[in-house]
Design a protein around this ligand. Sequence first.
Ligand code: PLP
Length: 287
Amino acid sequence: MSRIAYVNGQYVRHPEAAVHVEDRGFQFADGVYEVCEVRQGMIVDLSRHLNRLDRSLRELKMASPMSRAALTLVIREVLRRNRVRNGIFYLQVTRGAARRDHYFPAPDTPPTITITAKSTDPSVAAKKYANGIKVITVPENRWDRVDIKTVGLLPNVLAKQQAKEQGAQDAIFVDRDGIVMEGASSNVWIVTPEGELVTRPAEHGILKGITRTTLMDVAAKLDLKVAEREFKVEEMMAAREVFFTSATGICVPIVEIDGKPVANGHPGTVSASIRDAFFDIAEKTPI
Ligand code: PLP
């Protein structure tokens, strides 16, 4: 079965799916995106993802490509055509194609919209959950609007590649005061020795992850105490558990940071219990 992508109103075979050479996403990273998990034939947290997409578009003064109802129909159709039951969809909106010029193009320039979907192998995620992952810390070097989910991800790309070259799987941005910001594609949480769940505030400086928000709901259901406050690398190194949240991984335990083990070097029980409860509590939209 060949994969199908949605590009500006058409469903096209994946190998032929393309945008214009002067698309502003390609020229300037002038675009935003969303990634959403699909599990057991259900789209996870769709409303929150589409709310964040609206916010990203608003912050960049970009037009919405279609109504929410139409977008939802197209997303479901892409998932159906790709027969995804467990996997993700990826949605990108750019300011459209126009002669290269930094100024915004004419207001009637249609935004570009593309949606792709793919199935993922649950055993790959299971292995990550069982073994945990190794990460490195890297200096924060991104712009100060990382609260907008733009496709300008070069520092994130370089951080992840550096992690790979150093034998780790991922990277955590740390600011010049030693404060933990977020992962290259996820939010960071710790469980303190007292058992408190801590994640940094998301008003600015990081992306306000949808998984992060839903995890707050999960924690409330499980009677776990959550504190939103900044924490430094030293506190993270002394934590009982450290884990990442993101739509693609939900809740991934971190067992080693910069070559040093987290606690006993094995995934913890708090992240596992949150992960187990997550799907039941998250919003589920049938394909
Ligand atoms: N932070 C960054 C930089 C990300 O790229 C992502 C997800 O891609 C997240 C956090 C987690 O966000 P979400 O839970 O919405 O996937």
